[in-house]
Ligand binder design. Structure first.
Ligand SMILES: [Cu+2]
Length: 239
């Protein structure tokens, strides 16, 4: 757990692991260099009768103080790069097969969500549209199609450790699999205008049974074949 923030997606632990790894490797060197820095200042402080000496740093017995830590830090860099690439490939480069697909649309200053309805297919008559609140099922792999109607936004679900820019004119596909039921924050992580700070939403991770019931209730095929727009779903589901 990072900053007491629950992990609610299958890749949240991988992202946290990377943050912890970088923190330890960089933090240990930070502490070591600070200790060395202050120790040298104390050890070679001005004293009566001791002349300062001119050191180029090229003498082998001094240069090793640069070369050895330098090599060790490069090794740490390799560890970080390998770990980061592994997580990147898993989270961003790999698209596991979807159980369901949703469309996420950012616009000044709200998030709109289109879900496939009971037929499981997006862009059909029984689709469910909500704003601000997104209901998903625990244990299901979702593909999201992220779009923006106006400016740059960033779809940010902290408990999923998911953050993805939304770019006008492009559809960005990503995925997540929630593994912890609950109601969590959705934020916009890209300054997008005067209403950026209020562009929050909620993601409700339901158990599969709860989610099926919710979908059954809100996925209604209108007579005219139009998609269902349900604004009560957004406000009714906040708790
Ligand atoms: Cu925004």
């Amino acid at each position: 757990m990072l900053l007491n923030l629950p992990r609610a997606s299958t890749f949240a632990g991988d992202i946290d692991g990377l943050v912890v790894l970088v923190t330890w490797l960089v933090g240990a060197w930070f502490v070591a260099t600070q200790l060395m820095f202050f120790w040298l200042m104390w050890r070679f402080r001005a004293r009566d009768g001791v002349k300062s000496q001119y050191i180029t740093g090229k003498e082998p017995h001094l240069k090793k103080w640069i070369n050895i830590p330098h090599t060790l830090i490069l090794l740490c860099d390799i560890v970080i790069i390998v770990a980061a690439v592994r997580v990147w490939v898993k989270v961003k480069q790999t698209l596991p097969p979807a159980d369901d697909t949703i469309r996420v649309v950012g616009q000044q200053c709200t998030w709109a969500f289109q879900q496939s309805g009971t037929d499981g297919t997006l862009d059909t008559a029984d689709d469910v549209w909500t704003s601000d609140t997104l209901h998903v099922a625990e244990g299901k792999t979702y593909h999201f199609l992220l779009e923006s109607k106006d400016v740059l936004h960033s779809f940010f679900v902290p408990v999923f450790r998911l953050k993805q820019d939304a770019i006008p004119g492009r559809t960005i596909t990503g995925w997540f699999k929630a593994n912890r039921a609950g109601s969590y924050d959705i934020l916009c992580a890209e300054i997008c205008g005067i209403g950026h700070g209020i562009m929050g939403g909620r993601i409700v991770v339901d158990t599969p049974e709860q989610h099926a019931a919710w979908m059954q209730k809100h996925s209604v095929v209108a007579d005219a074949g139009a998609t269902t727009t349900d604004s009560t779903a957004a406000t009714g589901a906040k708790n």
